[in-house]
Write a protein that binds this ligand. Structure first.
Ligand SMILES: C[S@@+](CC[C@H](N)C(=O)[O-])C[C@H]1O[C@@H](n2cnc3c(N)ncnc32)[C@H](O)[C@@H]1O
Length: 215
């Protein structure tokens, strides 16, 4: 570092390296966003933004949830992925052509999914297209926060969207509230995330699922 006040400030080698890494990650993210906007959506998974409580499923979890949702709805059903964009992405890749999947998300980076994207803020739980009322064969939801207020408002959305079947992924600590608000029971299968989380996560359903009732 220079002693003179007139000299521009110098960064240490470690700070330079960290800055360089940041710029490289940003450039990579921008490239993926651009590719996604021009139609190449295969590997579009933006970086987790922890301010938005974003923790993406690992591949095995996204696959298990997608397989279960498709098993339930069949080849022409409707699936709502609420606050679960990586499940939406998996379903988009593997679903039959006549199956409809919607991505209800707060993070507008997922607008790249075009008409499948629906902006959603759990704090306005019914600000959704009126004709979506009880129109989804299954609703899969992973609320952003582990508290009763968030789950309570999210539950209003889920009841509005669902014909009947629901899969909810959230922290194990929410089990009693989940039972009270939505009457779901805990499954054997445990959702996992690509960046390991400290909190134990669980999966809850309001129906018996062979696929989710094994580890
Ligand atoms: C715990 S993560 C679940 C993501 C899921 N594990 C996945 O891999 O797709 C919570 C999700 O809620 C979204 N979210 C953040 N704030 C929200 C809000 N106010 N309303 C609804 N969703 C929100 C985040 O963007 C994130 O996708």
């Amino acid at each position: 570092m220079s002693d003179s006040d007139d000299d521009p400030p110098q960064l240490s080698a470690a700070a330079m390296a960290a800055l360089q890494e940041f710029y490289t990650e940003q450039a990579d993210e921008d490239r993926k966003l651009k590719e996604a906007q021009t139609g190449k959506l295969e590997d579009f998974t933006p970086q987790e933004n922890w301010q938005l409580s974003q923790f993406w499923y690992d591949e095995a979890t996204a696959t298990r949830l997608a397989d279960e949702a498709l098993r339930v709805v069949g080849s022409t059903g409707r699936i709502a992925c609420v606050s679960s964009p990586t499940l939406y992405r998996k379903l988009r890749d593997v679903k039959p052509d006549n199956c409809t999947v919607k991505c209800l998300e707060f993070d507008d980076r997922f607008q790249v999914y075009g008409e499948d994207f629906q902006f959603y803020d759990y704090r306005e739980p019914l600000k959704l297209p009126a004709d979506w009322k009880n129109s989804f064969d299954i609703v899969v939801v992973d609320p952003p926060f582990l508290n009763e207020e968030c789950l309570c408002k999210t539950a209003i959305t889920v009841r509005f969207l669902a014909k009947d079947k629901i899969i909810l992924c959230t922290g194990a600590v929410m089990e009693e509230v989940v039972k009270k608000l939505l009457n779901l029971k805990v499954c054997v299968f445990q959702p996992r995330h690509s960046n390991a989380l400290q909190n134990e996560f669980r999966c809850f359903t309001n129906y018996d699922s062979e696929l989710l009732d094994k580890s």
